[in-house]
Ligand binder design. Structure first.
Ligand code: KG4
Ligand code: ZN
Length: 348
């Protein structure tokens, strides 16, 4: 089956053509980073307006890149939520229009479901596995027993890890989004220069908290009185990043062990972080666990990642009608239960 996937939950407009939920023929992304950088964060109305302008062009580019005509598309997959409501509604409306005009089925999937199944576009990953979804909006651990079968094991109680990266970058006078810049600066820094806390590391649960590390950075900056530059900035970036990476990796491995899982998927924008990838790989070698990262293009927001679940649901006959609405807030576990119940009704 050849599906067109559309993603518009935040500040990337993306469209992809994917065959059989595995073969990515194209995965076009139009980033709005420059628009929002002026404001130091995503401005929801501007995001929606940019999706409206860029959406048709991005779909056209995805078709051209794949060498596919619109009338060859057999199904449309779209992010239903969670995300910015205006941004989601634009992508959803576009997907509905295309599905209606082409008389092909439509299905709305969960954004985080897309992220954690993204590695399946590049390699076989057997179920069950533990998934760490780590992005600008999420830091969640799930047990994944199959497509649509997700159990929440832990989550951040305050900021998402990506949000902490972005806020610390902003405090240091770096641009938005700051995660990749901290990553780059940290390469030349000393991870032991600042002693930032490792919140909740030793608690016997799988929840996270990142606002304390962020506050510790703010306190260190206030004590200095001036913004750090050069090697000072690199040291601060490296020390902050190390604190976040240590908490993420240690707790994830502990959750895998406690749940008898020997495969770990790390997905979402923060999964691009080089130190996080290094540390996960190092601990994997020590523990015998398999750790899987999508390639960087499939870690950040993109439409192709939606096609894994979308293709699966469409094949089972699980489709949405044209009254489908967007969900700004939509827990993945709940989405999975809804999909499973509907599959059950279909006899799947
Ligand atoms: O998954 P994503 O593209 O969008 C959301 O669904 O949130 O993730 C974006 C987040 C941003 O917070 C960004 O700063 C962070 O991922 N990020 C990184 C890196 N690249 C992107 N954080 C740390 N290191 C990176 N290399
Ligand atoms: Zn995302």
């Amino acid at each position: 089956m050849l599906v067109l996937a559309i993603e518009s939950s935040c500040d990337e407009t993306s469209a992809a053509l994917v065959r059989d939920g595995r073969e990515v023929l194209s995965n076009e992304i139009s980033s709005q980073v420059d628009v929002h950088a002026l404001y130091g964060g995503v401005v929801p109305e501007l995001a929606a307006r940019h999706h409206l302008e860029a959406g048709p062009l991005v779909v056209e580019q995805a078709l051209q890149q794949a060498g596919i005509r619109l009338d060859q598309v057999e199904g449309v997959v779209v992010t239903r939520g969670p995300g910015l409501i205006g941004a989601l509604l634009v992508g959803l409306s576009q997907a509905k229009g295309i599905a209606w005009a082409g008389k092909v089925p439509l299905v709305g999937v969960h954004h985080i479901e897309g992220h954690i199944l993204a590695p399946l576009l590049e390699q076989e990953v057997a179920f069950p596995f533990l998934a760490l979804a780590v992005s600008g909006g999420h830091t969640h651990l799930f047990r994944v027993d199959g497509i649509g079968r997700y159990r929440l094991l832990g989550h951040t109680l305050d900021d998402a890890a990506g949000e902490a990266f972005d806020k610390v970058a902003k405090m240091c006078g770096l641009g938005y989004p700051g995660g990749a810049q901290i990553d780059r600066l940290a390469r030349d820094g000393n991870v032991g220069a600042y002693d930032f806390p490792r919140p909740m590391l030793h608690q016997p649960n799988f929840n996270f908290s990142f606002s304390g590390i962020k506050t510790a950075v703010l306190t260190a900056l206030k004590k200095r009185g001036t913004l750090p530059v050069g090697s000072d900035l690199a040291d601060l970036a490296a020390s902050f990043q190390q604190a976040v990476v240590e908490v993420l990796t240690r707790k994830t491995f502990r959750a895998a062990e406690a749940n008898g899982l020997s495969r770990i998927v790390v997905a979402g924008g923060v999964a691009c972080n080089s130190q996080l990838r290094r540390e996960f790989s190092r601990l994997a070698a020590d523990s015998g666990c398999q750790v899987v990262f999508p390639s960087p293009k499939l870690c950040a927001d993109n439409a192709a990642m939606l096609a894994v679940a979308g293709d699966f649901y469409l094949r089972q006959g699980l489709t949405d009608d044209l009254s489908l609405n967007a969900c700004a807030s939509w827990p993945l576990e709940q989405a999975g239960q809804e999909f499973s119940a509907r599959l059950g009704l279909l006899g799947g």
